[in-house]
Design a protein. Structure first.
Length: 77
């Protein structure tokens, strides 16, 4: 096989986390997702599992928004 040009070294792709990402990580560590420990949930397919995870994340973000806005003490609606 014929090669044309020079081989180039790949650029390093290491990125440091942003301040927003660090803050989000710390917030999520203090307020974990509402999964009970030791509970096993079985799904029929990946789509069902993904839909459930999307729902749980949306509820957690909504709860966090309510608490941040001062509308709910525990994020309850």
């Amino acid at each position: 096989m014929r090669r044309i040009g020079k081989r180039m070294e790949p650029e390093p792709r290491l990125r440091w986390p942003s301040a927003d990402h660090i803050q989000w990580t710390l917030d999520m560590a203090q307020n974990p997702l509402p999964f009970r420990r030791g509970r096993v949930i079985r799904y029929r397919n990946h789509e069902e599992a993904n839909a459930h995870m999307d729902q749980v994340l949306a509820e957690a973000l909504a709860r966090k928004g309510l608490v941040a806005a001062g509308d709910g003490e525990n994020g309850e609606t």
